[in-house]
Write a protein that binds this ligand. Structure first.
Ligand SMILES: NC(=O)c1ccc[n+]([C@@H]2O[C@H](COP(=O)([O-])OP(=O)(O)OC[C@H]3O[C@@H](n4cnc5c(N)ncnc54)[C@H](O)[C@@H]3O)[C@@H](O)[C@H]2O)c1
Length: 325
């Protein structure tokens, strides 16, 4: 099978490419390197089954040709990261909505399967935890730019499911929860690489808000296995799945674990949201998935707990600092 990965030089995309190649498949990647990096795919270049183009998915003729030449599209390219979203909401909305529209339009023409990477952010401020696929979305005001990411991904979901219904496009929507591991970078507001890098540099480890907000972190290789299994499961088509870990931890607990593991001398400092992001910034208090649906369909179960994930990620950052961009 030939797979196309949009955003394949990104964090999750590069692990996905690696795994598909290891399973003997052919992989093509399109990435504009806006948040991804060529170093993420450097080790894949010698593989004859691997090809890549550095370009924007908005290059429609090129995208159409890449889709034409593949059997399945993993659509991962997007504007991501809370910091980037708050700073560049126009870029976020345009990239996510326009890029997805193009992918779906061309995949529908050729009836190629599309696995779309959505996000747990679409649950917004909902307090009905854990989040189940059929739950309501509770997004904040349109005056708060942080919700533009969730809203743009929600429009993408509507579009993917509508293409599935109306145009018989085989599409699967996957809501990824916090995914972590080697190659993730902290520049765009990703918490684990940020904390580890801060601790390695002597601190302080900066916790935004009061730190009582919680998250569930899933190891990237578990997420990749889940994505591949869903792409291979016919009954997943036209449906939505949560994919992530349900092991919940507060950000204060996370900071303490990183300090303990990386540098017990590092201080932990709290920074108000207004200062960290923008005036009136709203966070999701808890973000825990109900993973019973994906567990019963493909037997998904995370294999790594938070301590193992932190150890693997800290080792990676220690060994690679200097050669990441
Ligand atoms: N990492 C997470 O915790 C997480 C959680 C929820 C959802 N997701 C989703 O998973 C996907 C991958 O995220 P990631 O964490 O690997 O982030 P990432 O930034 O590493 O990957 C996104 C990739 O898309 C590329 N890209 C962006 N705009 C593009 C464009 N117009 N044309 C071509 N390439 C473009 C970037 O250069 C980057 O390589 C995204 O769609 C994201 O919304 C990730």
């Amino acid at each position: 099978m030939r797979y196309l990965i949009t955003g394949g030089a990104g964090f999750i995309g590069s692990h996905l490419a690696e795994e598909l190649l290891a399973r003997g498949h052919c992989v093509s990647v399109i990435d504009n390197l806006s948040t991804g990096s060529i170093t993420n795919i450097e080790h894949l270049k010698p593989d004859d089954n691997f090809t890549y183009v550095i370009d924007d998915m908005a290059n429609e003729p090129l995208l159409a040709e890449l889709i034409d030449n593949c059997g399945v599209v993993f659509h991962l390219a997007a504007a991501v990261g809370v910091k980037l979203i708050v700073d560049s909401p126009v870029h976020t909305i345009e990239t996510n909505v326009y890029g997805t529209r193009l992918v779906l339009k061309h995949a529908a023409k050729k009836k190629r399967k599309v696995v779309f990477a959505s996000t747990s952010e679409v649950y917004g401020k909902s307090i009905k935890v854990p989040f189940s696929e059929d739950d309501d979305m509770v997004l904040g005001s349109t005056k708060k730019s942080r919700w533009s990411y969730a809203a743009s991904k929600a429009v993408d979901e509507f579009l993917a499911l509508s293409y599935a219904k109306e145009k018989k496009l085989p599409a699967v929507v996957v809501r990824l929860f916090n995914t972590v591991g080697p190659r993730q970078v902290g520049h765009y507001g990703m918490v684990i690489p940020t904390f580890i890098t801060q601790a390695l540099a002597g601190g302080p480890i900066t916790v935004f808000g009061d730190g009582t907000q919680s998250r569930c972190f899933c190891y990237v290789k578990d997420v990749v296995s889940g994505l591949i299994s869903l792409s291979e499961t016919e009954t997943a088509v036209g449906d939505v799945f949560n994919l992530g870990s349900d092991e919940e931890i507060t950000i204060n607990e996370l900071a303490a674990k990183v300090r303990q593991l990386v540098n017990p001398a590092a201080k932990i400092e709290h920074i108000p949201y207004d200062q960290a992001y923008e005036e009136g910034f709203e966070d999701m208090r808890r973000r825990k998935p109900d993973i019973s649906k994906i567990a019963s369909l493909i037997g998904f179960k995370p294999t790594k707990n938070i301590d193992e994930i932190l150890t693997l990620t800290a080792d990676y950052i220690r060994n690679s600092s200097g050669d990441r961009n």
